[in-house]
Write a protein that binds this ligand. Structure first.
Ligand SMILES: [Zn+2]
Ligand SMILES: [Zn+2]
Length: 243
Protein backbone atom coordinates (compact mmCIF):
# COMPACT_ATOMS: atom_id res chain seq x y z
CA UNK A 1 0.00 0.00 0.00
CA UNK A 2 1.56 3.27 -1.11
CA UNK A 3 0.54 6.66 0.26
CA UNK A 4 2.38 9.38 -1.65
CA UNK A 5 1.14 12.57 0.00
CA UNK A 6 1.68 13.36 3.68
CA UNK A 7 -1.12 15.68 4.79
CA UNK A 8 0.18 16.49 8.28
CA UNK A 9 3.72 17.77 8.86
CA UNK A 10 5.08 20.30 11.40
CA UNK A 11 8.14 22.56 10.96
CA UNK A 12 10.10 24.62 13.49
CA UNK A 13 7.32 27.19 13.17
CA UNK A 14 5.12 25.02 15.40
CA UNK A 15 7.27 25.80 18.46
CA UNK A 16 7.81 22.15 19.46
CA UNK A 17 8.95 20.63 16.14
CA UNK A 18 12.49 20.55 14.87
CA UNK A 19 12.86 20.61 11.08
CA UNK A 20 12.73 23.14 8.27
CA UNK A 21 10.61 23.05 5.12
CA UNK A 22 13.76 22.34 3.11
CA UNK A 23 14.78 19.36 5.28
CA UNK A 24 11.25 17.98 5.11
CA UNK A 25 10.98 18.34 1.32
CA UNK A 26 14.44 16.88 0.71
CA UNK A 27 13.65 13.82 2.84
CA UNK A 28 10.19 13.39 1.29
CA UNK A 29 11.75 13.55 -2.18
CA UNK A 30 14.33 10.93 -1.26
CA UNK A 31 11.49 8.62 -0.18
CA UNK A 32 9.66 9.10 -3.47
CA UNK A 33 6.80 11.11 -1.97
CA UNK A 34 4.80 13.37 -4.30
CA UNK A 35 3.57 15.96 -1.82
CA UNK A 36 3.75 17.16 1.77
CA UNK A 37 1.37 19.51 3.51
CA UNK A 38 3.05 21.99 5.82
CA UNK A 39 0.51 22.18 8.64
CA UNK A 40 1.96 24.08 11.56
CA UNK A 41 0.03 24.66 14.75
CA UNK A 42 -1.87 27.94 14.86
CA UNK A 43 -1.46 30.57 17.57
CA UNK A 44 -3.51 29.17 20.47
CA UNK A 45 -1.05 26.29 20.83
CA UNK A 46 1.80 27.45 23.10
CA UNK A 47 4.64 28.37 20.71
CA UNK A 48 2.33 28.02 17.68
CA UNK A 49 2.71 30.04 14.49
CA UNK A 50 1.57 33.65 14.20
CA UNK A 51 -1.04 34.70 11.64
CA UNK A 52 1.76 36.15 9.46
CA UNK A 53 3.35 32.68 9.15
CA UNK A 54 0.23 31.46 7.34
CA UNK A 55 -0.20 34.68 5.37
CA UNK A 56 3.35 34.39 4.02
CA UNK A 57 3.26 30.70 2.99
CA UNK A 58 2.62 31.81 -0.61
CA UNK A 59 6.31 32.76 -0.98
CA UNK A 60 7.33 29.09 -0.89
CA UNK A 61 7.96 27.51 -4.27
CA UNK A 62 5.22 25.16 -5.39
CA UNK A 63 7.78 22.34 -5.64
CA UNK A 64 10.88 21.91 -3.45
CA UNK A 65 13.27 19.03 -4.24
CA UNK A 66 10.58 17.75 -6.61
CA UNK A 67 7.93 17.58 -3.89
CA UNK A 68 4.70 19.57 -4.06
CA UNK A 69 4.39 21.83 -1.03
CA UNK A 70 0.77 22.10 0.10
CA UNK A 71 0.11 25.22 2.17
CA UNK A 72 -1.78 24.29 5.27
CA UNK A 73 -2.44 24.76 8.96
CA UNK A 74 -3.41 22.62 11.92
CA UNK A 75 -5.86 24.89 13.67
CA UNK A 76 -7.23 24.55 17.18
CA UNK A 77 -10.84 23.92 18.13
CA UNK A 78 -11.24 26.33 21.04
CA UNK A 79 -14.65 25.58 22.53
CA UNK A 80 -17.73 23.36 22.23
CA UNK A 81 -19.24 25.75 19.66
CA UNK A 82 -16.46 24.75 17.29
CA UNK A 83 -14.69 28.14 17.31
CA UNK A 84 -11.38 28.04 15.41
CA UNK A 85 -8.28 30.11 16.31
CA UNK A 86 -7.45 31.26 12.77
CA UNK A 87 -9.28 33.95 10.82
CA UNK A 88 -11.69 32.71 8.17
CA UNK A 89 -10.11 34.87 5.47
CA UNK A 90 -6.77 33.21 6.19
CA UNK A 91 -8.19 29.68 6.13
CA UNK A 92 -9.82 30.51 2.82
CA UNK A 93 -6.40 31.25 1.29
CA UNK A 94 -4.76 28.03 2.45
CA UNK A 95 -4.82 24.83 0.41
CA UNK A 96 -5.65 22.62 3.36
CA UNK A 97 -6.93 23.11 6.92
CA UNK A 98 -6.80 20.43 9.61
CA UNK A 99 -8.90 21.17 12.71
CA UNK A 100 -7.91 19.33 15.87
CA UNK A 101 -8.76 19.00 19.55
CA UNK A 102 -5.67 19.70 21.68
CA UNK A 103 -5.67 19.59 25.49
CA UNK A 104 -3.96 22.99 25.96
CA UNK A 105 -6.75 24.67 23.95
CA UNK A 106 -9.91 22.82 24.99
CA UNK A 107 -10.83 20.59 27.92
CA UNK A 108 -11.94 17.00 27.41
CA UNK A 109 -15.66 16.30 27.71
CA UNK A 110 -18.26 13.54 27.41
CA UNK A 111 -19.11 11.75 24.17
CA UNK A 112 -22.25 13.78 23.41
CA UNK A 113 -20.46 17.12 23.85
CA UNK A 114 -17.46 16.16 21.70
CA UNK A 115 -19.67 14.64 19.00
CA UNK A 116 -21.77 17.82 18.85
CA UNK A 117 -18.63 19.99 18.78
CA UNK A 118 -17.10 18.05 15.90
CA UNK A 119 -20.36 18.14 13.95
CA UNK A 120 -20.17 21.94 14.08
CA UNK A 121 -16.51 21.88 12.99
CA UNK A 122 -17.39 19.54 10.11
CA UNK A 123 -20.00 22.08 8.98
CA UNK A 124 -17.32 24.81 8.82
CA UNK A 125 -16.69 25.28 5.08
CA UNK A 126 -12.99 26.09 5.66
CA UNK A 127 -12.15 22.81 7.37
CA UNK A 128 -10.86 19.99 5.15
CA UNK A 129 -9.74 17.43 7.73
CA UNK A 130 -10.52 16.51 11.35
CA UNK A 131 -7.09 15.84 12.88
CA UNK A 132 -6.34 12.71 14.90
CA UNK A 133 -9.76 11.64 16.19
CA UNK A 134 -9.21 9.00 18.89
CA UNK A 135 -8.35 9.93 22.47
CA UNK A 136 -9.96 8.99 25.82
CA UNK A 137 -10.20 12.70 26.66
CA UNK A 138 -12.25 13.43 23.53
CA UNK A 139 -14.61 10.47 22.98
CA UNK A 140 -17.03 10.65 20.06
CA UNK A 141 -19.76 8.68 18.31
CA UNK A 142 -17.90 7.56 15.19
CA UNK A 143 -21.05 6.40 13.38
CA UNK A 144 -22.44 9.94 13.58
CA UNK A 145 -19.10 11.61 12.78
CA UNK A 146 -18.36 9.35 9.80
CA UNK A 147 -21.78 10.04 8.24
CA UNK A 148 -21.59 13.78 8.89
CA UNK A 149 -18.04 14.03 7.53
CA UNK A 150 -19.02 12.23 4.35
CA UNK A 151 -22.01 14.52 3.83
CA UNK A 152 -19.90 17.69 4.19
CA UNK A 153 -16.83 16.40 2.30
CA UNK A 154 -14.59 16.56 5.35
CA UNK A 155 -11.91 13.91 5.73
CA UNK A 156 -11.12 12.06 8.94
CA UNK A 157 -7.42 11.60 9.65
CA UNK A 158 -5.88 8.25 10.46
CA UNK A 159 -2.91 9.59 12.44
CA UNK A 160 0.19 7.41 12.46
CA UNK A 161 1.65 9.10 15.57
CA UNK A 162 -1.43 8.27 17.64
CA UNK A 163 -0.77 4.57 17.01
CA UNK A 164 2.88 4.58 18.02
CA UNK A 165 3.87 3.24 21.43
CA UNK A 166 5.29 6.70 22.20
CA UNK A 167 1.98 8.37 21.25
CA UNK A 168 0.48 10.73 23.83
CA UNK A 169 -3.20 10.30 22.90
CA UNK A 170 -4.69 8.13 25.59
CA UNK A 171 -6.25 4.84 24.52
CA UNK A 172 -6.01 5.96 20.89
CA UNK A 173 -5.98 2.56 19.21
CA UNK A 174 -9.41 1.37 20.36
CA UNK A 175 -10.98 4.64 19.21
CA UNK A 176 -9.19 4.51 15.85
CA UNK A 177 -10.39 0.95 15.27
CA UNK A 178 -13.96 2.21 15.78
CA UNK A 179 -13.32 5.13 13.44
CA UNK A 180 -12.10 2.83 10.67
CA UNK A 181 -15.03 0.47 11.17
CA UNK A 182 -17.50 3.36 10.89
CA UNK A 183 -15.72 4.78 7.83
CA UNK A 184 -15.81 1.37 6.21
CA UNK A 185 -19.52 0.97 7.02
CA UNK A 186 -20.53 4.38 5.59
CA UNK A 187 -17.81 4.54 2.89
CA UNK A 188 -16.39 7.74 4.38
CA UNK A 189 -13.10 8.79 2.79
CA UNK A 190 -10.08 9.24 5.05
CA UNK A 191 -6.54 10.60 4.88
CA UNK A 192 -3.44 9.18 6.54
CA UNK A 193 -1.06 11.63 8.24
CA UNK A 194 2.34 11.20 9.88
CA UNK A 195 1.93 14.21 12.23
CA UNK A 196 5.70 14.45 11.88
CA UNK A 197 7.52 16.84 14.23
CA UNK A 198 10.98 15.85 12.89
CA UNK A 199 11.77 15.25 9.25
CA UNK A 200 12.76 11.60 9.74
CA UNK A 201 9.12 10.62 10.31
CA UNK A 202 7.68 12.38 7.23
CA UNK A 203 5.77 9.82 5.16
CA UNK A 204 6.00 7.17 7.88
CA UNK A 205 2.62 5.46 7.87
CA UNK A 206 3.78 2.05 9.12
CA UNK A 207 1.40 1.70 12.08
CA UNK A 208 -1.54 3.08 10.11
CA UNK A 209 -0.99 0.72 7.20
CA UNK A 210 -0.63 -2.28 9.52
CA UNK A 211 -3.90 -1.43 11.23
CA UNK A 212 -5.75 -0.92 7.93
CA UNK A 213 -4.51 -4.31 6.74
CA UNK A 214 -5.60 -5.91 10.01
CA UNK A 215 -9.11 -4.46 9.59
CA UNK A 216 -9.25 -5.10 5.85
CA UNK A 217 -9.92 -1.39 5.30
CA UNK A 218 -10.70 -0.56 1.64
CA UNK A 219 -7.78 1.22 -0.06
CA UNK A 220 -10.23 3.10 -2.25
CA UNK A 221 -11.27 5.21 0.71
CA UNK A 222 -7.73 6.61 1.23
CA UNK A 223 -7.74 9.98 -0.49
CA UNK A 224 -4.01 10.82 -0.13
CA UNK A 225 -2.71 7.77 -1.95
CA UNK A 226 -1.64 10.24 -4.64
CA UNK A 227 -1.20 13.97 -4.88
CA UNK A 228 -3.72 14.22 -7.71
CA UNK A 229 -6.46 12.48 -5.81
CA UNK A 230 -5.87 14.58 -2.71
CA UNK A 231 -5.77 17.92 -4.54
CA UNK A 232 -8.82 16.98 -6.57
CA UNK A 233 -10.78 16.19 -3.40
CA UNK A 234 -9.87 19.35 -1.50
CA UNK A 235 -10.26 21.64 -4.49
CA UNK A 236 -13.70 20.28 -5.23
CA UNK A 237 -14.70 20.97 -1.65
CA UNK A 238 -13.50 24.58 -2.11
CA UNK A 239 -15.54 24.90 -5.31
CA UNK A 240 -18.71 23.54 -3.72
CA UNK A 241 -18.29 25.96 -0.76
CA UNK A 242 -18.33 28.95 -3.07
CA UNK A 243 -21.61 28.03 -4.70
ZN1 LIG B 1 2.44 19.27 17.65
ZN1 LIG C 1 -2.56 17.81 16.50
Amino acid sequence: MKILADIHVHTISSGHAYSTVDEIARFAGSKGMEAVAITDHSAAMPGGAHLFHFANLHILPEYIHGVRIIRGAEVNIMDYDGTIDLEEAMMEKLDLVIASLHPPCIKGADKETITRTLMKVIENPHVDIIGHPGDDRFPMDFDIIAQHAKKHRVLLELNNSSLQPTGTRLGARKHIVKMLESCKKYETPIVVGSDSHYYGSVGDFTEAINLMKELDFPEDLIVNKSQDRLMDFIQRKGDSDES
